[in-house]
Design a protein around this ligand. Structure first.
Ligand SMILES: Cc1cc2nc3c(=O)[nH]c(=O)nc-3n(C[C@H](O)[C@H](O)[C@H](O)COP(=O)(O)O)c2cc1C
Length: 140
């Protein structure tokens, strides 16, 4: 079975709620996943997974969180070749544009992006997409 690492950053709880739905769906599909906050990542352990799942809301101006997620992206340099990754996160007014940039950056790092979901101010309008993402992660 593939090892799945999942971490999220959430300032006001919206992306956290999305993380819970994705994790639940992964488990319902029969796979195992530990969900941690981005601040708790042990990098070597995290990056050793076959599938890396990250949650981050739109921050700054269509940017990623600067405190934990940006440093993580720097650490990924040279480590994601051939890895499967999936991302999700909440946004407020930008329509999730930051995710497109994030996908491009992951691909530049050599990762294969197997799915993404963005939700306006939380999971309420994208619950089915989040569940589907979880199923796809479990199958990856
Ligand atoms: C400082 C700050 C910057 C933000 N920048 C954006 C942005 O560029 N685009 C956007 O769509 N939403 C932006 N938002 C809105 C958040 O992404 C949105 O409220 C999201 O649901 C927060 O998710 P969280 O509860 O997981 O932190 C910003 C919010 C804050 C506080």
């Amino acid at each position: 079975m593939s090892k799945i690492s999942m971490a999220y950053l959430s300032n006001t709880g919206n992306t956290e709620q999305m993380a819970e739905i994705v994790a639940e769906s992964i488990k319902e599909a029969g796979a195992e996943v530990d969900v941690i906050e981005a601040s708790e990542i042990d990098f070597d352990e995290f990056v050793s997974a076959d599938v890396i799942v990250l949650g981050c809301p739109a921050c700054g101006t269509e940017e990623l969180d600067e405190e934990y997620i940006e440093p993580l992206m720097e650490q990924f340099e040279g480590k994601l070749e051939g890895k499967k990754v999936a991302m999700f996160g909440s946004y407020g007014w930008g329509g999730g544009e930051y995710m497109d940039t994030w996908v491009g950056r992951m691909e530049e790092l050599g990762a294969s992006v197997i799915g993404t979901v963005t939700g306006e101010e939380g999971p309420s309008e994208v619950e089915d997409e989040l569940k589907k993402l979880g199923e796809n992660i479990a199958k990856a």
